[in-house]
Ligand binder design. Structure first.
Ligand code: GYE
Length: 318
């Protein structure tokens, strides 16, 4: 790159500043806020012009945004698909216009020639880790099921219906449950979407507790931390102790979940890493430079039980 491009960090295509159009699905959770921040900051750091569009949980808004990026002739389109299906037509339009597409965070079911790369998290692995943590924890605690029976009752707060992450986390969780030597000790008693929000998580948990769950639920698997934080309020309002009467495991690893674990109100969070911005910008630059990139890159993720929460919280970045 020549210095005449005017961008210090050299994010230029044919001497011009790179423009990326990014369609974000919304702002439903603490995790999402961190991911949006990461993408905006990374664009700034890379000297990339980012056109950011918030779809407010509507696929049609995402499709509109992508069409407007095509009309503007951006250099590259990135998007986080709210649901898995329904993207073929608009991605074909981007392809016909010669604009490369990167799928970020959630997955989309489209043919491989409609995108250049996917950057994301392995939601099936997250669901699996959540169950495996529960399995070893329940074994170590050796508690009797709350209803006096021989089976632990699990309640599940699912994420957005039709999203790759909700589907993957359910699949991973259920497969791990079936694979456990103690599979017969567990059953999913209730399962419903809480749409990945705190508010809905609280409402759905409240209805679980009122519809027979109060004296039965042993374990809550919440597909994100925000819904678990809402559920904790519902559990307390019902006169039960979250983290004790009901064992809680959720996914994301946001600070709020660490705080809840420190207060003894939650038991484990399975990390899902939202800091995808730098990898997205790096990948975009490579694509626009004609370099080869991996078709699928997963972020690195850990598991954090309550006993490491206090020590770990100061190191958490989101
Ligand atoms: O776990 C949840 C968010 O797509 C991985 O979406 C993401 C999920 C995340 O709202 O909190």
């Amino acid at each position: 790159n020549s210095s005449s491009s005017g961008t210090e960090s050299g994010a230029a295509k044919d001497g011009k500043e790179i423009t990326i159009g990014y369609s974000q699905l919304g702002a439903e959770s603490e995790w999402r806020t961190a991911q949006t921040e990461s993408i905006k900051q990374a664009a700034k750091d890379a000297g990339i012009n980012l056109q950011f569009s918030d779809a407010q949980q509507k696929q049609e808004n995402q499709i509109k945004a992508i069409r407007s990026f095509i009309a503007q002739g951006v250099d590259l389109i990135a998007f986080t698909p709210i649901v898995e299906t329904g993207w073929d037509t608009v991605l074909q339009e981007a392809k016909d216009a010669g604009i490369p597409v990167v799928i970020v965070d959630r997955d989309a079911k489209v043919s491989e020639d409609l995108y250049v790369a996917k950057i994301g998290t392995d939601s099936k692995a997250e669901g699996k880790k959540a169950f495996e943590w529960i399995d070893q924890y329940m074994k170590a605690q050796n508690k009797t099921p709350r209803d006096g029976g021989s089976v632990y009752n699990i309640a599940v707060l699912e994420g957005t219906v039709g999203s790759s992450v909700a589907i993957g986390r359910s699949e991973g969780f259920e497969e791990a449950m079936k694979a456990s030597p103690d599979a017969s000790k567990y059953q999913i008693l209730m399962s419903q979407t809480g749409e990945f929000t705190r508010q809905k998580g609280q409402e759905v948990m409240e209805s679980f507790l009122k519809s027979g769950g109060r004296d039965k639920i042993d374990i809550l698997f919440s597909q994100n931390d925000d819904m678990a934080l809402g559920a904790i309020q519902a559990i307390e309002a019902a006169g039960l102790q979250p983290g004790k009467d009901i064992v809680i495991v959720s996914v994301d690893g946001v600070k709020g979940a660490f705080q809840a674990m420190i207060e003894g109100k939650s038991n484990c969070t399975v990390e899902c890493n939202p800091l995808q911005g730098p990898l997205l910008m790096e990948t975009a630059k490579k694509i626009l430079n004609g370099e080869q990139v991996d078709k699928m890159v997963y972020m690195e993720e850990g598991v954090f039980p309550a006993d490491v929460a206090e020590k770990t919280l100061p190191e958490r970045k989101y």
